[in-house]
Ligand binder design. Structure first.
Ligand code: BEZ
Ligand code: FE
Length: 280
């Protein structure tokens, strides 16, 4: 017998019964709920339902705490829009293949460090993906080129990375499906604050999937999937300096931001009172 599954089921059942009693749930409401769950399955929206109920981020927090040391960059959900095999780009990296005139140019740079001894990590891979200045991902928007705003880049010998992109816009999730209808019914919005997704990896270190949120976004305190974390907020700064513009070969204002990532080693052994402790 699966004892853990048994224990979770018992506790979940207790909680369900207490909610049913508290709200005196009717036959009609039960039927509506069951029909809703059937539609969610048919529309393949269980992952999205888990996201908007903030279940995905709660499980992600537990997973990260169990597998990474507490100095490492906090993780976040991957979301459904990741694509494998983003093009590997060499410096100077620009992940945006078509910049609209309304798009704000953004440079993101920083370093990747080891949580063990703080040393910079060369050749760490940053796999990046994001929405454009209208809040659309390329694989959901036929007007964008294939793999636009996606790219994989490596840190240099000092653990440094830099890429050019555009400031992403916030966007709504689950429009048009049963989860979207459910959110409307309970008067909850579906907005996600603007963000850039990252998957970081380096041999001998634990990979981290995370996202960085644009600091002044109107939805920053009210993410529909509850995934904003203070440590993952990217402060972007405007630059109007003509000298800076010409050194970057551009003729309009742009934005810059700095963010350092920290990865934990696959296995750290700490010797303490002659005993070996392993952080796994
Ligand atoms: C995203 O950030 O791409 C995302 C996350 C959860 C649900 C939908 C989209
Ligand atoms: Fe996203």
């Amino acid at each position: 017998m699966n004892e853990r599954l048994n224990a979770i089921t018992m506790r979940l059942t207790e909680h369900l019964h207490s909610v049913i009693t508290e709200f005196q749930v009717t036959e009609n409401e039960l039927r509506t709920a069951l029909n809703f769950l059937t539609e969610v399955g048919k529309s393949r929206e269980y992952q999205l339902l888990s996201d908007v109920l903030h279940v995905s981020i709660a499980v992600d927090n537990i997973t990260h705490a169990a597998n990474h040391d507490d100095k490492s960059t906090e993780s976040n959900v991957e979301g459904p829009l990741y694509r494998d095999e983003a093009p590997i780009m060499s410096p100077p990296v620009n992940i945006c293949s078509v910049e609209g005139t309304d798009d704000e140019i953004l440079y993101v740079s920083g370093q990747v460090f080891s949580s063990e001894d703080g040393r910079p990590l060369a050749n760490a891979v940053l796999d990046v993906w994001q929405a454009n200045g209208k809040g659309d991902y390329e694989n959901e928007d036929p007007t964008q080129p294939d793999y636009n705003l996606r790219g994989a880049l490596l840190t240099d010998e000092n653990g440094r990375y830099e890429f050019r992109t555009v400031v992403p816009a916030p966007y709504e999730i689950g429009k048009g499906g049963p989860v979207g209808e459910f959110l409307k019914e309970i008067d909850r919005h579906a907005w996600r604050p603007a963000h850039i997704h990252f998957k970081l990896s380096q041999a001998g270190y634990k990979s981290v999937t995370t996202m960085l949120f644009i600091n002044d976004d109107p939805w920053i305190d009210n993410d529909s999937i509850g995934a904003v974390k203070e440590s993952l907020i990217l402060k972007i700064e405007e630059c109007n300096d003509p000298k800076e513009m010409s050194s970057r070969g551009i003729n309009r204002k742009f934005y810059t931001s700095e963010y350092d990532f920290i990865l934990s080693p696959e296995k750290v052994s700490i010797t303490k009172n002659k005993e070996e402790y392993s952080i796994r």
